[in-house]
Design a binder for this molecule. Structure first.
Ligand code: NAD
Length: 478
């Protein structure tokens, strides 16, 4: 018996949760349910996080959370419960299987069967944003080695467990050589440990185009957070419907399972909603807690029900479908099929699987770190980079000299183009003049002199070499 935390959520949430639980319990799931309240009522009671402290206790104790969609009230500074849950509980892996159910559910891609594995905690979603000048704001894109290793290893272990043949990695490392470059590098490193699984890398733009056009070319795709956020919705939509997809959010200790759609308030309370998305989430949960036989039984019964043409309004189509049913009737049809298997759709087999266990991240020994220079970012209202260079060269000493100025990453000094559009946000790169590593005192000296010369410095970024390898980007055009 596994104790799980359940939240019935808002809108159609309670109806699809009741349907889902009735199916998995009828299939023999050995679960004990502890119900908590999250979402609209909690938000409107004045709790901007949408979840009470005692509910956190339940999730942290049970470590498995099955969550129906919730309504986030508009305005009023309410925080997204999904983002908070992922971050607080370290749910680093978002898994979203997207398979077409052709010919029973309309799709342009009849043989699609893709699993998107999205890194869930890092990238631009760290939410570290600042306005730095009148004209420029920034968002920090943070990618870490443990973050990459955990998600990439999860993808390979998932592929191994589910008999998947190929993993594709999407990044934009031709542009973001440090951040996406690290993700790609870790992918290549870990792929070596799984020689039985084919691996490949695509630049995300052409990869996304290929996914939308020829999804049958992909099997498992692993990617950083932002690309995964966008492309997992694309994949679910082109598979047939976002209403049919479930998702798992997996951490080292806890996990959360859900449908990918929202609370569809306009459909609430009418016995109309399709419970399939949440049921898919629940099936992933059963696999996660090792109840793989039950998961297999439910998935095959669900496939059989779809194949029988018993469809809720959202996927009902004259010709494809046989009977239009409500939420409850759909659940009863799945329960009736619990000992049946699909005949045309591919039957699943999970029973021999075991719960995925991943090794803990092991930190590598620290590299030798040398300070080669510093980028000093300056807020300056002028337009001629030569004038700015003349001003900031006042910060130079015999040990530190100005080597470059960029504006939005493009080199504008020395030898810039007058055509380059410049904002009020300038990066002035200082490096050691003597070829010797710099110290923090050199940087403090630069900033102190800047105060004296009334130069508005807004931030600095240190330029390091790790084990002798410079680890920062060049200016574009440098
Ligand atoms: P939505 O997914 O609720 O609805 C989009 C469309 O899909 C609607 O036409 C809806 O009727 C239909 N639909 C969705 N699920 C369905 C189902 N199971 N069966 C049949 N039809 C279904 O998205 P939205 O309208 O943008 O958002 C509504 C609310 O849901 C908002 O408050 C939003 O914040 C919230 N939301 C929550 C989650 C979550 O909790 N994970 C995710 C997305 C949106």
């Amino acid at each position: 018996m596994t104790k799980i935390t359940v939240a019935k959520g808002d809108g159609i949430g309670p109806e699809i949760m009741d349907a889902t639980l009735s199916i998995i319990l009828a299939a023999g799931a050995k679960i004990e349910i502890e119900e908590i309240e999250v979402g609209e009522k909690v938000y409107l009671s004045g709790n901007t996080s949408g979840i009470a402290g005692t509910s956190w206790d339940s999730i942290r104790k049970n470590k498995v959370f099955l969550k129906a969609p919730i309504t986030t009230p508009q305005g009023g500074g309410y925080k997204s419960l999904n983002v908070t849950t992922r971050k607080f509980l370290g749910l680093y892996s978002n898994v979203r299987p997207c398979a077409s159910l052709h010919p029973f559910v309309s799709t342009k891609h009849p043989v699609m069967d893709v699993v998107i594995i999205r890194e869930n905690e890092e990238d631009l979603y760290a939410g570290i944003e600042h306005q730095q000048t009148d004209e420029v704001v920034q968002c920090l894109k943070l990618i870490s080695r443990p973050g990459c290793e955990k998600i990439v290893r999860y993808a390979f272990e998932y592929a191994k467990q589910y008999g998947r043949k190929k993993i594709t990695c999407f990044t934009k490392d031709n542009i973001m050589k440090q951040t996406d470059g690290l993700f790609h590098q870790v992918f290549e490193e870990i792929a070596k440990e799984y020689p039985e699984i084919e691996h490949e890398h695509w630049i995300v733009d052409i990869g996304a185009a290929k996914l939308a056009d020829t999804p049958e070319a992909f099997d498992v795709i692993v990617m950083p957070n932002l690309y995964g956020d966008i492309l997992s919705d694309v994949a679910a939509q082109i598979a047939g419907s976002v209403g049919l997809a479930g998702s798992a959010n997996i951490g080292e200790q806890c996990a959360m399972f859900e449908a990918i759609h929202g609370s569809a308030p306009r459909r609430a309370g009418q016995n109309l909603a399709n419970p399939s998305g949440l049921l898919q989430g629940a099936i992933m949960m059963l696999n996660h807690i090792g109840q793989t036989e039950v998961a297999e039984k439910v998935q095959n019964a669900w496939l059989k029900t779809i194949e029988d043409g018993i469809h809720t309004y959202d996927i009902f189509k004259e010709g494809n479908s046989k009977e239009k049913v409500g939420t409850r009737e759909f659940a009863l049809a799945v329960i009736k099929n619990l000992n049946s298997k699909p005949t045309l759709l591919k039957e699943v087999s999970y029973a021999a699987n075991s719960a995925l266990t991943l090794p803990k991240y092991k930190r590598k020994p620290a590299a030798k770190k040398e300070l080669l220079g510093v980028d000093v970012f300056v807020h300056w209202q002028g337009t001629n980079p030569d004038e700015l260079a003349a001003i900031v060269r006042g910060l130079e000493t015999s040990e530190v000299s100005l080597t470059m100025i960029t504006n939005r990453g493009i080199k504008v000094w020395p030898e810039g183009f007058e055509e380059t559009f410049c904002t009020d946000h300038w990066r002035c790169r200082f490096k050691s003049a003597a070829g010797k590593p710099l110290t923090k005192e050199h940087i403090i000296g630069l900033l102190t002199r800047a105060v004296g010369l009334a130069i508005d410095t807004i931030k600095t970024e240190n330029l390091y070499a790790f084990d002798g390898k410079p680890a920062f980007s060049l200016g574009q055009g440098q």
